[in-house]
Design a binder for this molecule. Structure first.
Ligand SMILES: Cc1cc2nc3c(=O)[nH]c(=O)nc-3n(C[C@H](O)[C@H](O)[C@H](O)COP(=O)(O)OP(=O)(O)OC[C@H]3O[C@@H](n4cnc5c(N)ncnc54)[C@H](O)[C@@H]3O)c2cc1C
Length: 457
């Protein structure tokens, strides 16, 4: 059925860019989960309008061809990897900012807009789009919505879903629906936007989003706190949360990550420390300084070693950039896989201890960084690329990590999503009845199972 499908698709949508070129297929095979070995897609399509997306979906449903929606392919859970015999639908050419509505402080965008381009465009109007995954320069808004991406300033401004007012979505039968719009309050019916946010392209293809903006905050003031023990850094995070300190960034890097970032970015961070916190305030002037004073007091109480404030905005940018590069810096240290676990924030010290115990138990170097202020950490267990036992040991370490996280009341994914790599942990995390409800929703919205099959469920 597949070749006739492509012929009919090309004939029905003659303006649609469609490719079966080997280079295009290879480029759309993987996302950032380099350890997976997915098949090549049947073809790749680059629609430029909602009507084209709806046309693709209608034909795919008629021909029972699986569809994989795709943004920039920076996902870390395998959500955008190709499916055998499937058409990958790249939304990257639907990349227009349709309207910046200053009066209502909203922006209307197509899904292929890069997060960085949206931030830049609204900044020219004195406005700020808060969601900022560390990959913000390369990932798309569609991908952010479909993963409900987090990032560095969630601790103050929430995740991507918190910025959504309305979506336009193409359903699995080609129908186009709208959920919400410019109303800041709207409770008519079920929260359908909430269904699609974080659904990893398994329930519909997002073709437009109406997003909430806020006034551009003041320039950030930045504090670095270096701790003699990893537990002390976790205790400082817990103390800040308990004390109501509300920085816009509260990020952690452990000793191994500090060394990796220094090696990659020459930042000169204190390598004698067991862990470092990056704390930023975007309150204006004296209020920002006062917020960092309170953060310092929490760090002092937890037994901090060295406290350093960035001299100016340029130095602060450099330090934040170092944190954003942590993933790549760790990848340069050996074979590794960035994990993504989250616990209640008071349990961060316990999670940090558990992560390092697990690394030691399985004989692997451990690098941890992440959004400590959200309780969301990204441990990487690292082994020599030539070590034939590495992958198997990593699997055991991962299972131990997920068990420890769940025992602390946490979840196996804070922001990257279940994708294909954590399917077997969904039930342990949510429970069988919740997963039954998820399957019922999937069956109701995509009865033929053509939207991103194999992802999440
Ligand atoms: C260095 C690095 C740092 C990162 N830092 C963060 C971070 O701080 N926080 C964080 O949350 N993530 C982070 N990520 C992961 C990733 O960047 C995010 O998940 C991002 O939201 C993915 O966007 P994308 O455009 O690349 O989507 P893709 O990877 O292309 O797709 C992701 C998922 O969304 C679906 N999808 C994409 N577009 C649509 C659409 N229009 N409609 C329906 N479904 C769609 C896909 O099917 C897939 O399931 C990081 C990744 C890297 C490599």
């Amino acid at each position: 059925m597949t070749a006739p499908f492509l012929e009919v698709l090309a004939a029905t949508l003659p303006d649609l860019r469609l490719s079966t070129d080997a280079v295009d297929l290879e480029a759309h095979r993987r996302d950032e989960t380099a350890f997976l070995e997915p098949p090549l897609p049947l073809a790749v399509a680059w629609p430029t309008s909602t009507a084209q997306v709806a046309g693709i979906v209608r034909l795919a449903a008629a021909h029972r061809v699986p569809l994989v929606p795709r943004g920039a392919g920076t996902g870390l859970s395998g959500g955008a990897i190709a499916v055998a015999g499937g058409l990958t639908v790249s939304l990257t050419r639907m990349n227009r900012i349709l309207e910046i509505d200053e009066e209502n402080r909203v922006v209307v965008v197509q899904p292929g807009v890069l997060n960085v381009d949206l931030k830049t465009a609204v900044a020219a109007h004195g406005l700020f789009f808060a969601p900022d995954p560390a990959s913000y320069e390369t990932c798309t808004i569609g991908g952010n919505l479909a993963t409900n991406a987090g990032g560095l300033c969630c601790v103050k401004y929430g995740v991507t879903g918190d910025a959504v007012l309305g979506l336009e979505v193409v359903l699995a039968d080609g129908a186009v629906i709208r959920t919400g719009g410019r109303n800041v309050k709207d409770v008519a019916g079920y929260d359908l936007a909430g269904l699609f946010i974080g659904s990893l392209g398994t329930l519909g293809i997002i073709t437009e989003a109406t997003l909430r903006l806020i006034a551009t905050p003041a320039p950030r003031q930045t504090l670095l706190a270096f701790f003699p023990t990893i537990e002390a850094s976790g205790a400082a995070v817990a103390a800040m949360v308990r004390g109501g300190v509300q920085p816009c960034t509260l990020e952690l890097m452990d000793a191994f990550t500090i060394r990796a970032v220094n090696a990659g970015c020459s930042l000169g961070l204190d390598e004698t420390a067991a862990a470092m916190l990056l704390v930023e305030s975007d309150l204006p002037g004296a209020a920002g300084a006062e917020e960092l004073d309170r953060a310092e007091r929490a760090c002092d109480a937890a037994g901090v070693g060295l406290l350093v404030r960035a001299q100016d905005a340029a130095e602060a940018d450099l330090l934040r950039e170092g944190r954003r590069k942590a993933h790549w810096a760790l990848e340069a240290m050996g074979a590794s896989r960035m994990e993504d676990v989250v616990v209640p924030r008071s349990r961060v010290p316990d999670l940090l201890r558990a992560i390092h115990e697990i690394g030691d138990r399985h004989g692997m170097e451990t690098g941890v960084f992440g959004h400590a202020g959200d309780g969301n950490l990204h441990p990487s267990f690292i082994f020599d690329r030539d070590d034939p036992t590495g992958a198997a040991r990593l699997q055991l370490a991962e299972a131990d990590l997920f068990r420890a996280t769940l025992a602390l009341g946490g979840s196996v994914t804070g922001e990257h999503g279940i994708g294909v790599i954590k399917r077997s942990w969904l039930e342990a995390t949510r429970g069988p009845d919740a997963v039954r409800v998820m399957r019922a929703i999937k069956a109701a919205l995509d009865p033929l199972g053509i939207l991103n099959p194999g992802t999440m469920l």
